[in-house]
Design a protein around this ligand. Structure first.
Ligand code: K7E
Ligand code: CUA
Length: 764
């Protein structure tokens, strides 16, 4: 221990004197040597220069990717393609303590179906909240296709706050898509099913099975969806697919396509042709056009009935009110994408090599003139294709999704079967460029591509197969996101990024400077409920409260101790731990893990989290901090002692390892005086420079001042014990004084280095 202290101190001193590690081991190789050795071409170098992001530099865009079956959202930077975060959404995620603390368990519990915990989600489409059709950087929504749910992620802390379950559907693919001012989040069903719970035979498919489209009401002020103010359009059992909201002239309307308007019911094992045959017989399916503004007015006027706690607009009512229409669209379509100006809608059919461009002006006119070519079997008016279509463009085999460029009329469509991206002009109706990708592209995303003013610049191709692109890692391959430069006339493939976490279907990308996430919570914050926690605890106010068989521990964590360090309960007690992170410093998260109780918390600065469990078995349960938060992180530990019922402690003193004398105390005090000299010299350096011009340094100085305050308290305690001749406690508190000094010095040195590296000026 003594050796450690000396060594640590000498390192601190060395750093103060500028005796840092020598950095002389520069590689002598030239650029040409490296290119030769690694077999790189000029083109590779150009691509590298466009994506390489030097140490410490940041990305221009942040991409939010669905995590597919993982139920998560993946955040990465563009153009570096560096992964920054996995956000736990529909699935527990231990690093964030998501699904382990009481607060986040409550969020996941909102996603239960018929009382059952659903432990995964099949996430498909993330969508940003919008103001006037522009991403506002406040919220992200994402759907779960398998269990028809939508989650709300607050981008002020990148945490999932809410999960809602669709009260009618049994699957939902056509979400999440937001209206231009985030009034509603669209979510369309996929596989038709009865709206009621319980059994309905397939023989009644046409009559009792239904598709639909829910418009989830979003309350922007509190950042939550309001199921009680949301409404659903009942739709024919046509396997509704993707959706998109109108903008500009088409604002107030929504568009949803479908892929099995044949209403085929399979049964391959009964000798019937499979779904894939029966669902692709007709030459066209239907685009569904809905008027959500008028629907909202009907709801507000009390004209819509509530079913299952939500407004349900029946097909009959929708037809009668003139807010629901169908338009033929190419066979087995997939994407339906409204242009940034809201004047056109592009739909691609997987089994048609054309992209179809619809004109909102024509559709609107047909609706106004009540010009329909007929009705479907459910009485929904059908607008003739010729009365809605502007043009069809041959783009390649298996077109899926379309993204809009910043340049007018220019779009990019993913071509699944041909494994390529087709760049084309939908006004002129001609193909501009094609780029082969690897392999079988699904969605693609352009920067701010779903907004009213896309940025263009980069395109990411979300490929379904990776095959031979990466080092083999077994039969299950990673996904491959390919970065493409679209700033010029010709697309250029820049980079491959493997994504090993489910199959991401869609990504949305936002300008990074639109996001303003916090670095710490207000003290004692319940982040999931967005309010101060009733269990928040301040320094020095830690306590344990027993009420019958329930024990509530109000604790705190700070570098480098957990308070309390010893918790005693009785077998059979229900234990509820509540920990508040007292840190104000950036990135000083503490974890909390306990043996055998499934307790695993992430406690970011300011946060209060709880973990409730039953101490079923008598025993000893060590706990500790899981984040390497400081030099004495390993010592950030404690014991839960679960005593057998009726246990009586034996008389006698607790035995400890080492006894301390006055000589030990004096030695520690001398160390502390030396350390203080180091701190003083660092402080002198900092204050003699214009440190207030550096936000990072100001934060570090604030944190260091906090630590120094704790150091002063420990010093006082140590001196108090010394005055009473209790050198055991005096020495230990003097040691604690030194711990705080070391943290202070560490922060001070980080501040000093920052000033040196960033050209701070002397002010004296
Ligand atoms: Cu094409 Cu769910 Cu949008 Cu997959 S979906 S690719
Ligand atoms: Cu706190 Cu390690």
């Amino acid at each position: 221990m003594k050796v450690n202290k000396k060594r640590a101190l000498s390192l601190l001193t060395g750093a103060v004197l500028g005796l840092g590690m020598a950095s002389s081991a520069y590689s002598q190789a030239s650029l040409e040597d490296v290119m030769k050795a690694r077999g790189l071409t000029q083109k590779d170098l150009l691509a590298a220069a466009k994506t390489y992001t030097p140490t410490g530099a940041r990305d221009e865009y942040l991409a939010f990717s669905s995590g597919g079956q993982s139920g998560h959202v993946i955040v990465y930077g563009i153009p570096s393609m560096r992964i920054l975060k996995y956000i736990g959404v529909f699935t527990p995620e231990p690093w964030q303590g998501y699904g382990f603390d009481d607060e986040s368990k409550a969020v996941l519990a909102q996603g239960q179906i018929d009382g059952k915990d659903i432990k995964y989600g099949d996430t498909h489409h993330p969508a940003f909240s919008e103001t006037d059709g522009e991403y506002n950087g406040r919220y992200l929504f994402i759907n779960d296709k398998a269990n028809p749910r939508i989650a709300v992620i607050d981008l002020h802390d990148f945490e999932t706050k809410q999960i809602v379950v669709n009260p009618f559907f049994k699957s939902a693919h056509g979400g999440a898509f937001v209206t231009p001012n985030t009034e509603y989040v669209m979510d369309a069903a996929q596989y038709a099913a009865p709206f009621e719970k319980g059994f309905v035979p397939l023989e009644e498919f046409n009559d009792k099975y239904r598709g639909g489209l829910t418009y989830w009401k979003f309350n922007d002020k509190v950042g939550r969806l309001e199921p009680e103010n949301s409404f659903t359009f009942e739709m024919p059992p046509y396997s509704q697919d993707l959706s998109d909201a109108g903008k500009g002239p088409s604002e107030g309307w929504g568009f949803t396509n479908s892929f099995c308007s044949e209403r085929y019911v399979g049964g391959i094992e009964r000798g019937r042709p499979p779904f894939e045959a029966g669902c692709s017989q007709k030459d066209t399916d239907f685009m569904h056009v809905t008027n959500w503004k008028k629907a909202a007015e009907l709801v507000a006027a009390g004209k819509v009935k509530k079913v299952n706690g939500q407004y349900l607009i029946t097909m009959e009512q929708a037809v009668k009110e003139g807010i629901f229409f169908l338009i033929p669209e190419p066979k087995s379509p997939h994407g339906v994408d409204v242009s940034p100006d809201g004047t056109h809608i592009i739909v691609s059919g997987k089994l048609d090599s054309h992209a179809w461009v619809y004109s909102w002006e024509k559709i609107q006119k047909a609706i106004a003139d009540k010009k329909f070519e007929g009705k479907d079997p459910y009485g929904v008016p059908i607008i003739a294709m010729k009365d809605a279509l502007r043009t069809q463009v041959q783009v390649g085999l298996g077109p899926l999704h379309t993204q809009y460029d910043s340049k007018e009329c220019v779009v990019y469509t993913s071509i699944y079967v041909d494994s390529m991206v087709t760049k084309w002009d939908y006004c002129e109706g001609k193909v501009l460029d094609q780029l082969h990708i690897h392999y079988n592209i699904g969605h693609l995303v352009a920067m701010e591509g779903d907004s009213a003013s896309p940025d263009g610049k980069y395109l990411v191709s979300l490929n379904k197969l990776a095959i031979d692109r990466f080092n083999p890692v077994g039969p299950l391959h990673p996904q491959n996101h390919q970065l493409i430069d679209i700033s010029g006339d010709k697309m250029q493939l820049l980079y491959d990024m493997p994504l090993p976490l489910g199959e991401p279907h869609y990504v949305v990308a936002i300008k990074a400077d639109k996001l303003k996430p916090v670095v710490r919570y207000k003290s004692g914050w319940n982040s999931r409920a967005d309010k101060r926690s009733e269990f928040r605890t301040r320094a020095g106010r830690e306590k344990t409260v027993r009420e019958g068989n329930r024990v509530d521990v109000y604790g705190t964590v700070i570098r480098s101790h957990i308070t309390p360090e010893i918790i005693e309960v009785e077998e059979g007690d229900t234990v509820s731990l509540h920990f508040t992170n007292l840190e104000r410093a950036q990135d000083e998260t503490h974890g909390f893990a306990m043996y055998g109780q499934n307790v695993n918390l992430s406690i970011e600065p300011g946060k209060t989290v709880s973990a409730t469990f039953k101490a079923e078995k008598a025993g000893v349960y060590p706990y500790y901090c899981t984040e390497f938060c400081s030099a004495l992180h390993l010592e950030m530990q404690g014991y839960l002692l679960v005593k057998p019922k009726g246990y009586k402690a034996k008389a006698g003193k607790a035995s400890e390892g080492t006894k301390y004398t006055k000589a030990d105390f004096d030695k520690q005090v001398k160390t502390n005086v030396d350390t203080q000299a180091v701190i003083d010299s660092v402080v002198a350096f900092i204050t003699s420079h214009n440190y207030k011009d550096f936000k990072t340094v100001v934060d570090l100085v604030t944190d260091a001042t906090d630590q120094l305050g704790f150091a002063a308290e420990a010093k006082k305690k140590s001196e108090g014990f010394a005055a009473k001749g209790d050198y055991q406690n005096a020495t230990l508190w003097a040691g604690q004084h030194w711990q705080y000094q070391v943290k202070t010095a560490d922060l001070g040195l980080r501040a000093k280095t920052h000033l040196e590296e960033n050209g701070a000026k002397k002010v004296k």
